[in-house]
Design a protein around this ligand. Structure first.
Ligand code: PRX
Length: 650
């Protein structure tokens, strides 16, 4: 940027002169901003970034290459994201609700947490973490249900410069341990227990089990949620209730370099264990706030509800950071859509007068199948915009959402993005840009998608299909995968030179809008959650009765994709339902219930080529129930196995 070394005041003057409003509210604004963002990307992002509060301006807007990869935004700048999420709003919004918390049980009182209270609670948590020895750069694992203290914990880490690694509270002890070990977390923040729908889960016990495999964790901070008596390890475990009582409500935000790490979030890929996607302070802040404002067209006073869990990136960016950066009121829900019945979402919408509702196609399909009688008792009259995220939305679900929830008067945004992108990439902007059923839409200004064929050649023009890549960095592109930069390069930047590869296939229609077709690698998307087939196979193979397994996805009416496992059992092990249940238990133990196979087929062998490679194409076809065209099987080591597999298909 054109550096201004003057006082903060002169810098503020420059902000006011920014070329575009932070929120683009007309199609003409969008078009102009898009054009400018491709002609002068750095100037465009300087413009966007100037709307935030920085401690120190940047001297270089962007340095990048996609070979290493090495991407740096807003170099030299200093900031603290929580100053932008909280402190900045205290002058005019101190008493406005920042977070509405809706508990699992509908009869328990909701909480309205003002920006002032949020400030005080985040500071308290930061002070307690400081007492536990956490300092800038330390990794803190957060394994908690969706309660306000989860938000405080995330923001407290950000305020003190600690790197948060939130682990979804549906993962098993083994998964928690893997994640803690991968980034050597020093502290874990957790709760005694949690309830999710009608179930109660012993959260602290899971952490205790995980920690038998970890050496880096010095302290465990236990927040009380359920009044359970839980064992507390002497010298390690700390009851947050006791610390909270005397913790100060002031904590000076630590000045962070723009490229200092903000958080790690683990996500699955086609190979190996889940990797820790790394996001940094400045770029992530700029992008999360910008996308929230523009995609949802948030207006002051509106209530925004993203139904994701903060354990996933959607929760990071659109429950917490995006809304809070915009001084919004964001709703955080502890429960599930079907408890106490399938009307819960709609009850909450009416109760809290929600204006923007953002959920996943799986939830829409499951509530659609529960029947319209669960929707009819509610007016849903406050809704203005509806969002979808995490997986392709089929036309039937899109129209049901539009008609029955949006009452044909709400804008619908189908937002395509990834843990690695940090924020929404392809979408319509609510009520501003062109939107079509079941299409994600256009790239946001600042986003440069490109479709390539399998040789990496660009497929130009509209009406095209190919592998979806991005050719220019945006501020919240992942910077690395924790502890293994080479893996980051290999996974995202090595397939096509000088491009970031999403792993997805996409179609660009005659108007330039994108439809996401789905993953083109060995990743499956189950209810909007990503799993590598190899990761599930590894889990299944932990069962002592299993010799080998192969996992593929298959179309599932509710989940989008289901998990289909072909399993070879050891001699003498019986292929029956009990064995299926045991294998499911193994997966639940290794990864968590969310990864349990929907179908298990016992087989005597797998279709392998002479070089030992499993022909997944055949397994996918069988799992999809499409056995009419299995293609050439003559190169298989044992072609007869295909016949057996087809016969035994579930
Ligand atoms: O396959 C795409 C799918 O979800 C993947 C990213 O998963 P994750 O990192 O867990 O983040 C999910 C929430 C941002 C993508 O590679 N995906 C995400 N959004 C969409 C989608 N597929 C189709 N349409 C979408 N809107």
């Amino acid at each position: 940027m054109k550096q201004k070394k003057g006082s903060l005041l002169s810098w503020h003057t420059e902000w006011i002169m920014s070329r575009f409003p932070f929120q683009l509210t007309t199609e003409a604004d969008y078009d102009a901003a898009y054009r400018f963002s491709t002609e002068s990307p750095e100037a465009f992002w300087e413009d966007v970034a100037s709307h935030y509060q920085w401690r120190k301006p940047w001297h270089t807007t962007l340095e990048w290459n996609f070979q290493e990869p090495d991407v740096k935004w807003f170099l030299g700048a200093e900031l603290n994201i929580t100053e932008n999420c909280i402190d900045r709003h205290l002058s005019d919004k101190a008493e406005q609700t920042a977070i509405i918390w809706e508990p699992n049980e509908s009869h328990e009182a909701a909480k309205h947490i003002s920006y002032r209270e949020l400030h005080d609670e985040v500071c308290r948590m930061a002070n307690v973490l400081t007492d536990l020895g956490v300092t800038k750069g330390d990794r803190v694992c957060i394994y908690m249900p969706m309660i306000p203290e989860l938000a405080y914990a995330v923001l407290a880490c950000a305020r003190m410069g600690a790197i948060h690694s939130v682990v979804f509270a549906g993962f098993s002890a083994n998964s928690v341990a893997d994640r803690i070990n991968d980034s050597s977390c020093k502290v874990v923040i957790t709760t005694d227990a949690m309830s999710r729908g009608a179930k109660q889960i012993a959260v602290k016990a899971i952490v205790d089990e995980a920690l038998t495999q970890c050496t880096s964790v010095e302290r465990v901070l236990v927040v009380n949620r359920m009044n359970w008596e839980v064992p507390m390890a002497e010298g390690r475990d700390v009851d947050y209730r006791k610390e909270h009582a005397h913790a100060a409500t002031i904590f000076e935000p630590v000045a962070m370099q723009s490229e200092d790490p903000l958080f790690i979030l683990y996500t699955s890929g086609s190979t190996g264990k889940p990797k820790g996607v790394l996001h940094t302070c400045g770029g992530y802040m700029v992008y999360a706030g910008y996308t929230f404002s523009n995609v949802f067209q948030y207006k002051t006073g509106e209530i925004h509800w993203c139904t994701a869990d903060i354990g996933w990136v959607t929760g990071h960016s659109y429950i917490l950071y995006g809304p809070l950066l915009n001084g919004a009121t964001t709703l955080m829900f502890e429960g599930i859509p079907t408890y106490p019945d399938a009307g819960r979402f709609w009850e909450v919408v009416d109760k809290h007068r929600v204006n923007i509702f953002y959920t996943a196609p799986t939830a829409i399909r499951s509530l659609m199948s529960a029947g319209i009688e669960h929707v009819l008792p509610y007016t849903l009259q406050t809704l203005r915009a509806l969002g979808s995220v995490g997986e392709p939305i089929n036309e039937e679900a899109w129209h049901w959402y539009d008609t029955n929830i949006g009452k044909n008067r709400c804008a619908i945004v189908d937002t395509f993005w990834q843990t690695e992108t940090g924020g929404i990439m392809l979408t319509s902007c609510a009520g501003v840009t062109n939107s079509k059923p079941a299409l994600a839409g256009l790239p946001l200004p600042g986003v440069q998608p490109i479709l390539v064929d399998s040789n990496g050649n660009e497929i130009e023009g509209n009406d095209a299909e190919g592998h979806l890549c991005f050719k220019f960095p945006w501020p919240s592109i992942l910077r690395s995968t924790w502890g293994d930069h080479e893996r980051c390069r290999q996974t995202y930047f090595a397939t096509y030179p000088n491009l970031y590869f999403t792993g997805d296939g996409a179609r660009r229609d005659e108007d330039g809008l994108y439809r996401i077709i789905g993953r083109v690698d060995d990743v499956i998307n189950v209810s909007g959650h990503r799993f590598g087939t190899a990761e599930i196979e590894n889990a299944i193979n932990q069962n002592k009765h299993v010799i080998e397994s192969a996992v593929v996805g298959f179309p599932h009416d509710i989940k989008g994709q289901g998990i289909y496992a072909y399993v070879i059992l050891a001699k003498g092990s019986e292929a029956n339902q009990d064995m299926r249940d045991r294998i499911i238990e193994t997966v639940a133990h290794e990864i968590g219930r969310i990864a349990k196979p929907d179908k298990i087929q016992f087989v005597s062998g797998l279709p392998k080529t002479r070089s030992g490679k499993i022909m997944r194409r055949i397994l996918r076809k069988v799992a999809e129930g499409d056995v009419s065209s299995l293609g050439d099987t003559t190169t298989l080591l044992d072609p007869t196995i295909v016949e057996e597999i087809v016969k035994g298909a579930n």
